[in-house]
Write a protein that binds this ligand. Structure first.
Ligand SMILES: NC(=O)c1ccc[n+]([C@@H]2O[C@H](COP(=O)([O-])OP(=O)(O)OC[C@H]3O[C@@H](n4cnc5c(N)ncnc54)[C@H](OP(=O)(O)O)[C@@H]3O)[C@@H](O)[C@H]2O)c1
Ligand SMILES: [Zn+2]
Ligand SMILES: [Zn+2]
Length: 347
């Protein structure tokens, strides 16, 4: 086994603690990656919260990272030592099912191997995430990081970015489309940048009126305050696509009422059971959809698109030793708009 170090959840103290970790020896199609930057996703907050007080499996979060290849397995041809790479929240899939054959490994019928808290399909071990100095990943699930993208600010593209890119792209968002992004956080601010770059007329739906200037700076036309019934009523039926990135359970009704006839609400944020009043779909023949992460092809397309349009996340870069602050502040909605951890302090 290879030795490294990372930030592991410690249930007894409810914090992440610097911990020695082991990575597998390289398989023929593996890369060893020195993790330089890892984004802090709200999913990491959900992951540690549900683990609170429960020992269980080891938990090292982190699933959107950039770094440099330090070693390659014997069968690797796409990468060499020194290549800058980016990895997201899927690190393996079955390769054989219809979804994998269609390039949608994120929907693998045998379930994709998640970057952390997943089960390695070969040795059955629990995957440990990229809040760590080294990650070992199957080469197919590493992406060359395009030159010109800042590696720290590009890290969030690999979860937040791809999660909003797939539905925007699949729903045909382009010039003339009217898009609203609900929740201006990590996913939300990238959804705004990407929708604007695709040519859509884009708005933000937010509880936070103090984000109005930021919304405009990101390219949005306006910010509709979700707690203001009058503003929500004025926005009725206004959008072809509503991308819902809200991180807490919420009633979908008010957001469905913003969708235009035959339009779609894409629910990406807080996952789990939701109750829908069917008349909110019936009136206007509206569609409710979801998505998550992205396939390898879509991830490569997103990275190209972002390189072409100069899109990266708006980040606050912190030494990885501040990971517990980052999670606390993210819980309190105190980030504009993504924390990224600099892993060099783990050396
Ligand atoms: N489907 C997937 O594959 C996938 C991938 C990544 C993340 N996620 C999930 O997507 C969600 C967003 O992640 P993120 O990293 O973007 O989180 P984030 O940075 O914390 O942003 C979430 C935003 O939701 C809004 N919000 C938070 N609590 C709210 C509440 N109680 N009521 C209404 N709005 C609220 C806030 O925006 P305003 O201040 O503008 O209201 C906040 O900025 C999380 O639940 C995460 O687990 C899903
Ligand atoms: Zn994520
Ligand atoms: Zn599959």
């Amino acid at each position: 086994m290879r030795k490294t170090v990372g930030w592991q959840w410690e249930a007894s103290s409810s914090i992440l603690r610097r911990t020695p970790l082991e990575r597998r020896d390289l398989r023929p199609d593996d890369l060893a990656v020195r993790v330089d930057y890892c984004g802090v996703c709200h999913t990491d907050v959900h992951a540690v919260s549900t683990r609170d007080g429960e020992p269980g499996r080891p938990l090292v979060p982190g699933h959107e990272f950039t770094g440099v290849v330090t070693e390659t397995g014997t069968a690797v041809t796409r990468f060499t030592v020194g290549d800058p790479v980016a990895v997201g929240n899927i690190v393996d899939s079955c390769d054989a099912c219809a979804m994998c054959r269609a390039g949608q490994e994120n929907f693998c019928h045998a379930f994709p191997t998640l970057t952390y808290d997943g089960v390695d399909r070969h040795d059955g071990s629990t995957t440990l995430g990229a809040y760590s100095r080294e990650y070992v990943v199957r080469d197919r699930f590493a992406h060359p990081l395009p030159a010109g993208l800042d590696p720290a600010a590009a890290a969030p593209l690999l979860c937040a970015g791809i999660t909003v890119w797939e539905p925007l792209y699949a729903l045909g968002v382009g010039p003339g489309a009217r898009v609203a992004v609900a929740g201006l956080g990590g996913l939300g601010h990238l959804a705004v940048k990407i929708a604007v770059a695709l040519g859509a007329d884009t708005s933000v739906i937010s509880r936070s009126p103090d984000k109005t200037d930021d919304a405009r700076r990101l390219g949005a036309r306006d910010l509709v305050v979700s707690t203001d019934p009058e503003q929500m009523a004025d926005a009725r039926d206004r959008f072809d696509v509503v991308i819902d990135t809200i991180s807490a359970p919420h009633d979908l009704g008010p957001y469905l009422r913003l969708v235009a006839m035959d339009g779609t609400l894409s629910h990406l944020g807080h996952l789990g059971p939701v109750t829908v009043e069917t008349t909110d779909l019936l009136i206007g023949r509206k569609k409710l959809s979801s998505a998550g992460s992205g396939g390898r092809l879509a991830t490569a397309a997103l990275l190209d698109f972002c390189a072409q349009h100069g899109i990266t996340a708006d980040i606050e870069l912190l030494p990885s030793a501040r990971v517990n602050d980052a999670l606390d502040r993210l819980r309190r909605n105190d980030v504009r708009y993504r924390f990224v951890l600099d892993m060099s302090d783990l050396d």
